[in-house]
Design a protein around this ligand. Structure first.
Ligand code: 5AD
Ligand code: SF4
Length: 480
């Protein structure tokens, strides 16, 4: 059996709204559905439906695309069957992510049969990777890469005129700074602060699909956070492939400066961020997190492997010793800070010894959560040329061991939460039981608690919950 699926074990339970890693949606491989909304310009009578796959960055990109289209008079459709334009915002990080899209496109044949004028578009990383190959698929009308979203209205028009259209140029400057994303959720907002990646890990397609790193101006991010707070948002998550590389080109401010400026400007808002690279996890950043109560004490720090030999082959540019030095510094400065990671099982040439070293790092770092993946070779990456010599059964076995170790650790850590009281940002009714509500701690742990009407709290309030029971994924408690 070929296993390509990623697995995630706490701090988040699976939910359609992604919450932790920049990549958590890749673990779900589920679409995020858009809500109905009216255009912000005079209506052109057209309705668009956007389905988002992949990471949180894609969720925010879809909001940007909807923002662009609304400015041109498009409304959002509630269901694909009501739409004049269906756009799939895609992920290319692993093979199974792309397979899902091909399946979805196949399904959309029915929609095309019912509505001959329907425009179907593929956006995002898969569009950038496969380019004109996607146009060969009969039901695809437009293909748009991550830096060309301003052109979506024009490309839709071309398609409506009967011609297929493609725009996949990558940019060194595009940050969509001036586009107001059309957000669909009430209390927590994604805010992209930079785009692209210059790290070139040998297994990863992102530098090819999203291009070179570029950052937004510090003031524009701070202003966006202020305006989100003013319109009722209680939490923001700053997004980037590698937020630690953030740099305001004009002022020279770095990511720690951006966090501090936002924390000071909007003291009531909770601030999260994702994703960090261990090489750039500076002391200044750790100290800045510790200094501000409204910067959440939670860090996603992908390790990928516990073997220096494999890290070198992956071009991760750090050693296990450096990585553990960062973890120890974080724990020393912020003893209650939660940690999560990404791990790849079965990278080229990985031996039993390399694999054991990964398990050792997990036991030493003691992650609250982890996204765990079987290595999936990606065409045109450096690792593609190294081969894929670890058999699928071995990858599966190692991945299963990694998941078991992580489950055990998360279970132990969460048991230690029993008796503690946490400030929880209320998100709404829990999925399983409407009499129970859910929310998240500062450390990003999901908390379920009985809903007590008389207390009069609502979604977006912060309540205090004492934990009385835990699993490896969730904390349960009582309101105090
Ligand atoms: N195969 C498996 N996992 C991958 N990731 C990135 N590329 C691949 C690949 N080719 C994982 C890494 C990264 C996360 C976003 O996805 O763990 O941190
Ligand atoms: Fe990919 Fe590495 Fe960049 Fe992360 S840091 S997006 S894994 S190349």
């Amino acid at each position: 059996m070929k296993i390509m699926s990623p697995f995630f074990v706490p701090p988040t339970a699976t939910s359609v709204t992604p919450t932790v890693s920049l990549w958590s949606m890749s673990t779900l491989e589920l679409p995020v559905l858009n809500q109905v909304s009216e255009p912000s310009a005079p209506s052109n009578g057209m309705k668009v439906y956007v389905e988002t796959y992949g990471c949180q960055m894609n969720v925010n990109d879809s909001e940007i695309v909807l923002g662009v289209l609304h400015n041109q008079g498009y409304a959002s459709a509630e269901h694909p069957d009501d739409a004049d334009v269906i756009l799939l915002n895609t992920c290319a990080i692993r093979d199974n992510a792309e397979r899902k899209i091909h399946e979805r496109l196949n399904h959309l044949k029915h929609n095309k049969r019912q509505n001959r004028d329907l425009v179907v578009g593929v956006l995002g990383c898969m569009a950038e990777r496969l380019r004109t190959k996607l146009l060969d698929e009969k039901m695809v009308d437009i293909v748009v890469g991550p830096d060309e979203y301003r052109r979506v209205p024009e490309l839709v028009e071309t398609a409506r005129g009967g011609e297929k259209a493609i725009a996949v140029k990558l940019s060194r400057v595009e940050t969509y700074d001036d586009i107001v994303p059309l957000r669909t959720e009430g209390i927590s907002a994604w805010v992209s602060i930079m785009r692209g990646c210059d790290k070139f890990c040998t297994f990863c397609v992102v530098p090819f699909t999203r291009g070179r790193e570029r950052s937004r101006a510090l003031q524009s991010v701070v202003d966006e956070a202020k305006s989100l707070w003013d319109s009722g948002f209680k939490e923001i998550t700053m997004l980037g492939q590698n937020v630690n590389s953030y740099r305001d080109e004009v002022s020279g401010y770095d990511f720690a400066d951006l966090l501090a400026a936002t924390a000071r400007a909007v003291p009531g808002i909770r601030i999260r961020y994702s994703t960090s690279h261990p090489q750039d996890m500076s002391d200044k950043l750790i100290d800045t997190m510790a200094e501000h109560d409204n910067i959440c004490k939670y860090i996603h720090l992908p390790v990928q492997s516990g073997s220096n030999r494999i890290l070198e082959l992956m071009n991760r540019t750090y050693t296990v010793e450096h990585y553990m030095g960062r973890i120890n510094r974080i724990k020393q400065v912020m003893p209650d800070c939660a940690l999560s990671t990404d791990i790849i099982a079965g990278f080229c040439t990985e031996t039993v010894d390399d694999h054991q070293r990964t398990l050792d790092v997990m036991r030493a770092a003691r992650y609250d959560g982890a996204y765990m993946f079987a290595y999936s070779p990606r065409e045109n990456t450096k690792a593609w040329k190294m081969g894929d010599d670890v058999p699928d059964e071995v990858k599966s076995r190692r991945l299963a061991e990694i998941i078991d170790v992580q489950n055990e650790i998360a279970k132990e850590i969460n048991l230690g939460e029993v008796g503690k009281t946490h400030a929880v940002l209320v998100e709404g009714p829990s999925k399983r039981n409407a009499a129970e509500w859910k929310g998240r701690t500062d450390t990003n742990k999901l908390v379920i608690f009985p809903h007590i009407d008389q207390r009069g709290y609502v979604v977006g309030d912060t309540v205090h919950v004492t934990i009385n029971r835990t699993t490896s994924a969730t904390l349960f408690g009582e309101l105090i």
